[in-house]
Structures are given as C-alpha cells and as structure tokens.
Ligand binder design. Structure first.
Ligand code: UTP
Ligand code: MN
Length: 511
C-alpha cells in the first residue's frame, strides 16, 4: 500500500502528464545512488519534453532508468518492489542506463534502445534447490520426525552431546544445527555435492560427514562413543536429578555409574536418590501407549480437584514421537486465576492414590513486570511445575482406555511394593518420569509453544525473535523491544504471525 500522502503526489503527477507525447512509454527514474534533487531535475526535464515519468513504481512502468547502478542492483531493487523472485524473467520492463535518457532528451523523442543502453542482469546459474529451500533458522523449516539421514545425524549428535558434557555449549549447538539441517532434507545425502549451499554446516561437521560418506563411519565419532568419559557422563547424567556439573565432578573423582555412587556412599539429594533407585526403569523409553495411560490418570486427577481445567500432552509426544524419556503435561483453566495453587492439589490427589514415587513442586515465580524482556531469553521458565516419577501399572500399557482400573491396581500395588528398592524385572509396575506444568490462561499459547519443543526448535525460535525481530520470546510472553510492549496471543498461530514466521505444526518441529 502506498501511504496516502504519496498517493496524492502521484495523482498530481499523472495530471501533469496529460500532455504526454509518447503514450506507449512510462518511465520510472530510480533515486538509488542518484539522489532526490537530480531525480527531480531529470523528471522535470523529461516531462517538459513530453515524456511520461511516474513518481512511484507500478506494474504499468515500461522503462526503469538509473545511474551508476549495475543491472543486478536494479533487478534486486525491482524484485523487492514486486516481491517476485529474481529467477522469474516474465517481467518485460527495460532496465536502462541514464545514457538512454540523456540521448532521448537530446533527440527530443525516445531513442531506440540499444545494447549499450541496457543494463545486463546476470542470469542466476540454475539456482541450487538446496539454497532455495533450506532456510537457516530451524524455526523457518519443516522438520519431520522420520527423516532420511539418521546415519549422519546420530553421529553429529554424539559430538554435540560430548561437547555438552565438556561444557562447550557453542560447539554443541553448532553440531545440533548441522544435524537439524540434514533432518530437514527431503532425501538421503549421497555425496558432499548434495550439501552444496546448505546453511549451518561448519567445517568440522562437513569433515565428519565426508568421512562417513567415504568410509562408512567417522573415527572421531567412534572414539568419542567408546571413550570412558563419554560413557560415564552418559550414565551419570542419565540419573534423574544429575546435571553435567555434578556428573563431571563425580567422573573426575573416579565414579562411572549409579552403582559406583551407591558403593561409595555418595551424598545424594532427594531427586538423585530417586534417580538412582529407579534408574533402570527411567532408562527404558516411555511408549506412547504408556503416555496415553498417564494422560488419563493426570486428567482424572486434575478434574477431580479443578473441574473445567484443560490438560494438554506436550513435549516429544505432541510432536508425534512414539517414545520419550518422560511425559510432559501443560495444565490451565479458562478462568484466569483459577489455576493458582492447583499443583499441590493435583499432587495430593495422586499421592493419595499411591501413584507418585517422587515429586517436587516449584512455585510459579513469573512476574511480567520484573521478568519479561530483561531476562535472558533462554532461561528456564518460571511456571508452577512438578517434576515427578509416576508409579505406572505394567498392565496399564495394554488397557489404555481404562485408566480407572490402572489407578486402582496401582494403589493396591503400593501396599506390597512399599520400601522395595530396585524392583525386579517381574514387577507389575514401572517408574516413569512425568513433568506437570501449570500455566495461567493468558500465557497458555506461549507455554504451549515453549513446551512442545524440540529443544533446538525452541532455541532457534528465541534466536530468530531476538536477532531478526528485536523481540524477546519465552514460555510466558513475547515482548516487542521496538514498540516496547507485550504482544498478547491466544494461539500458537498468532505467535508465529507476530514473529513473521510461517506456522509450523508440532509434527514438523522435530528440529
Ligand atoms: P523434554 O526435555 O521433555 O524433551 O522437553 P522432549 O522433546 O519431550 O523429548 P523426550 O522424548 O522427553 O526426551 C520438552 C519441552 O519442554 C521444554 C523444552 O524446551 C522442550 O521443548 N522445557 C523443558 C522447558 O521449556 N523448560 C524446561 O525446564 C524443560
Ligand atoms: Mn519430554
């Protein structure tokens, strides 16, 4: 849309052009590198000789005249005006050097366009489809769950994981970004040629990929995978409640596994004790069927203590994963404020039913006035949140539709299993990690977006918001630093729209 003021100007211009002597011609003079006053002078001159010269660009323009611009520069400017792709050659407008204009002025009529007048536009060498399709932020791309390059992404992710164990976040993210680009490719990579002009593939990642393509595996990846440090860090950080820092300290003290912690009588906090106690169970992937049973249980608990509350399955399962390391839920109530203090009620209910092996609830500490834009955008969110370990009846897996039965089974089960340490393989229940998050209704869309993942997708969304939009995105809010205001949203779609991004459905956020 042309602003009102400018439209008025162009009206007066066309009125002035009534005396036009060459009606088949409509000229636009490019101000770029020419300046306003010279352009105004040339416009007056042209009009005085009966040429139609337009003030603004439109599709009716037949000749674009510029000075000191290359053909590519003018074409780029034109593409920008028309929103058309440079490859589209259907446009018939002549891109001319100022010489054509001055010669026409001298002649008093439009001179025939010759080669020396025409600006040369380099034909784009058949543009690489990779470069065209592969956007550089993961949140601009669609990444399905099942892709064609696990043989490469698994390797890169081992290096990413190892970098994380070594507290090298930058390196870790670089490998994860590279892996993510390969996940978005619509085909299996067969040669290095397939990677030409793809974003985010650093020199190191390329070296690893090349080796795998040529030799079937990468020595660096294989030696990392086998290394004592990698294996120990994997085992130790795999314990619920144990982060990289703690695991690294234990590793340097010579500890390698949960058994080592027990054997040496390490001081463990409550979460870590539960983590060691249920280690084997928590290592086993949680299936979608199990997640569905837990959904039913959580729904029952929530509705028992707050009718009308809404529950949504989040994380990997919302993205369509068939297995996960935990089950994540987001809970809210359409009446703002009703959700306050909800979590203790839920956990009490679950505890009474004997369904919780462990739980720790953190209070909601988010305050828009205090937190919002000033916070580092990748901070942990501040919702009321419960980290828990559920006691899930093993038979529950096969009767997903009957949650009542499984609830009762579990509560009787708790009688017999009480105080049993590592329970046996034959046991009729298993431990499952469950995260519950309560969000006020006004933040629900942001919380939904933030808790759907993947982690890299989230990270890229926040990076896009900050670097490309001068906005700050969290699981609570979106803040526009240019306008100095919070942007409210009821749906994920609205948030993508604020961010100027195409909506990507959860199933394609597996970056
Ligand atoms: P998860 O760690 O559960 O990952 O975080 P996941 O994608 O579900 O995968 P698995 O199958 O369980 O391993 C789920 C989402 O919740 C967000 C993460 O960013 C991720 O997108 N999250 C997690 C937070 O926003 N804050 C947290 O403190 C933890
Ligand atoms: Mn999860």
């Amino acid at each position: 849309m042309i602003p009102l003021k400018r439209r008025k100007v162009s009206l007066t211009v066309s009125q002035q052009n009534d005396t036009c002597r060459f009606p088949h011609l409509s000229i636009f003079i490019l101000e770029r590198k020419m300046g306003t006053s010279r352009r105004a002078f040339l416009t007056r001159l042209g009009r005085s000789k009966g040429f139609r010269i337009k003030e603004t660009y439109s599709s009716s323009i037949t000749h674009i005249v510029s000075e000191n611009n290359s053909g590519d520069e003018v074409q780029a400017w034109l593409d920008n005006q028309t929103g058309r792709d440079t490859n589209d050659t259907s446009s018939s407008v002549c891109l001319l050097d100022i010489r054509w204009f001055t010669e026409s002025m001298e002649a008093g009529h439009p001179v025939t366009v010759q080669d020396r007048h025409t600006l040369q536009v380099k034909p784009k060498p058949n543009i690489d489809p990779n470069a065209m399709l592969m956007k550089s932020y993961a949140c601009q791309r669609r990444t399905p769950l099942k892709h064609h390059n696990s043989f490469l992404t698994d390797a890169l992710e081992i290096l990413a994981q190892n970098a994380e164990y070594n507290d090298n976040e930058g390196r870790s993210v670089a490998f994860r970004r590279a892996a993510s680009v390969l996940k978005a490719l619509p085909h299996r990579v067969k040669s290095m040629e397939d990677l030409r002009s793809l974003p985010c593939l650093g020199e190191h990642s390329q070296r690893v990929i090349k080796e795998i393509l040529e030799d079937g595996s990468s020595r660096e990846v294989e030696s990392t995978r086998r290394s004592e440090q990698y294996q120990a860090m994997k085992a130790l950080t795999g314990i619920f409640g144990v982060g990289v820092r703690t695991a690294d300290r234990w590793f340097r003290e010579g500890l390698r596994s949960p058994d080592d912690l027990i054997r040496t009588g390490q001081q463990l906090n409550r979460a870590q004790q539960a983590g060691v106690q249920y280690y084997d169970d928590l290592q086993k992937p949680v299936t979608k069927a199990e997640a569905d049973v837990i959904s039913d249980i959580v729904e029952k608990a929530v509705h028992a203590v707050l009718p009308g509350a809404e529950i949504q399955l989040m994380g990997g399962f919302r993205r369509g994963k068939e297995v996960g390391h935990d089950v994540d839920f987001l809970i809210t109530h359409p009446e703002e404020g009703k959700e306050e203090g909800l979590m203790p009620k839920i956990t009490n209910w679950l505890e009474e039913q004997g369904l919780l092996l462990y739980q720790k609830t953190t209070r909601n500490s988010y305050l828009e006035k205090m937190d919002g834009p000033a916070r580092a955008p990748n901070n942990m969110d501040r919702f009321e949140r419960c980290f828990s370990i559920f006691k899930l009846q093993a038979s529950a897996e096969s009767c997903t539709s009957n949650s009542t039965a499984s609830v009762q089974d579990v509560s009787t089960g708790s009688e017999t299993e009480r105080h049993s340490d590592q329970h046996s393989e034959a046991s009729d229940w298993r431990a499952v990690r469950v995260d519950l998050v309560v969000s006020p209704y006004s933040q629900f869309a942001f919380a939904t977006l933030g808790w759907t993942g993947s982690k890299l997708f989230e990270r890229e969304l926040r990076r896009w918001a900050g670097q490309e939009k001068h906005m700050s995105l969290s699981s609570h809010a979106l803040y526009d630093s240019k306008q100095n205001l919070y942007l409210r949203a009821k749906t994920e779609e609205e948030i993508f729209a604020y961010l100027g991004l195409e909506f990507i459905p959860p199933s394609e956020r597996n970056a």
